[in-house]
Ligand binder design. Sequence first.
Ligand code: PRX
Length: 650
Amino acid sequence: MIDDRGSDSASSLPTGARMWPSKRYAEIHQRSLQDPERFWAEEARKLDWYKTWDRVLDWDPPYARWFVGGRINACYQCVDRHVQTWRKSKVAIYWEGETGETRVLSYSTLFREVNRFASILQKLGIKKGDRVAIYLSMVPELPIFMLACARIGAVHTVIFSGFSAHAIADRVNDIQARVLITADGAYRRGKILALKEIVDEAVKLSPSVEKIVVVRRTGEKVPMKEGRDFYLSSLLDDADRMVKPEPMESTHPLYILYTSGTTGKPKGVVHGTGGYLVFNHSAYKWVFDIREESVYWCTADVGWVTGHSSIVYAPLSHGAAIVLYDGAPDYPTVERWWDIVEKYGVSIFYTSPTAIRMFMRHGEERLLKHDFSSLELLGSVGEPINPEAWYWYYKNIGKERCPIVDTWWQTETGGTMLSPTPGIESIPLKPGSAAFPLPGVDAAVVDAEGNELLPGQTGLLIIRKPWPGMLLDIYGDPQRYKDSYWSRFPGSYYTGDFAMRDEDGYFWLLGRADEVLKVAGHRIGTAELEDAAVSHPAVAEAAVASKPDEVKGDSIVLFVTLKDDASPSSDLKQEIGKHLRNVIGPIATPDEVHFVDSLPKTRSGKIMRRVLKALALGQSPGDLTTLEDEASVEDAKKGLRNNEEDVRHR
Ligand code: PRX
């Protein structure tokens, strides 16, 4: 059921449901907050534990530890327990490569592979607690290696295969990984991405890496260093067939995943084992009503948190079949995704607003010949979805049959926090709203002082109670953990997002409140981009502002001052753009580069990005009383004008 009458429709919702349109949801949510420990203990019993917990929660703010004393293994939850049932012969993974190859893995095959991969890791000297870096595209070996790490208690760090050598080295150095897993290459839009060569560059900067495992994907000849580099296929020859899963402490880290924050250095978000699994297992039931017969396709890359929870750990813990597509969405044609939906009978489809907007541009005609009848539920994640995209998705993909779950969450939250929950009960959907907090999630919208706001008022989104999927820490930087999430509103988790709750209790997410951009759903910090820009030899200072982009959400607008010996030119602009690609990866490519004589700064030297953003948007820069040098505003305007001239002359 859709309620498309916006936020002032409270009076027209069913009587008695002003605050919570769904009675069943309201009852569960209320119960979960009244006695969270009892509630989560009931949920946790749905998983298989080697030993049940002594205490459900140790909450020593800002640290929460869940199911303390309990022992559990993530690989066992996702694989072993299915092979003991009829599911052993059902599909676990439908894999499709960009070049048309396919592989179908049953749960038994997955079990076999996970055991052999775990044995390889052991033979390479990996033990419980060791960190393993994985730099692969969306090949089946990626989830298999993640599960193999989990099996033996090693902690994986997956590095998105679009990242550059520098970005890999930063992450590998932070975790001091001794083993790195990669492939000879990957396919992207018909071209080969030379992953192994990028890794060779990265490890020149990462002395901790002793062994590199190379998956054969393209078959291209790649440089292999004797004694350091090994093909997976040759290691498999000696692999053992069975490796016992390690009964892990519930509070032991399962993985570390890097994400952008407000400083230049990415944060290593550490997720635990028991709490993370329980939270995701329950959330995917509530949000997606996932079942063992579901064919679940989350189009994200496993290199992001969405891929960790929504491709690997949650759907596999339910014994569902996942689709893994290793290629570009529009290659060789924009119909590629819809061919895949049809071919594998996808029942739950989960993607980003950016992808939906990209398909909208190509029109509806191409969709008419596709059969979408297998779809039951659609999802959206990563950025706010504009109602126009929501309706397009609902009408053209869901054929007005499938509810859309707009799920709000973050790398740090581990799993979905706000979303409609059709797995509990259908509620009227409001396009553009992520609906309600999940059971166990105590969300509120507050002002700068932490006072809860009235319906309709915009403020900051906080979470007032710990939840089991909550991050354990920032790897190696507990101070940053405290500062980023817990210092602003003591006792509550600060999300960094603007939000509004309407009269009916629905939450509307309104974008980031900090210096973090969302470019095509990917999270990237302005400071990270600026640090990369100033590492170019011609650049003295850099500042990044963002501009709304019709498809990508945010676009990157870079302002730079040049060193005295550098002269401005459009070639140099291109070169700086390329430099950002090289240092971070293609997601960091600026859409605009402007040369300015000085940057607007406060008297204490802080760059006033809001001024640059306003200028980039052609708006008034607003209050300038804290500005150090007013001439910088004129400089920036000049830089923008010159850029327009550049564009005209091109
Ligand atoms: O700003 C919010 C936005 O994405 C941020 C988290 O990014 P990341 O850690 O990369 O995780 C993304 C996928 C889980 C949030 O702080 N965001 C995520 N989902 C939504 C969203 N904004 C609005 N609506 C959403 N459904």
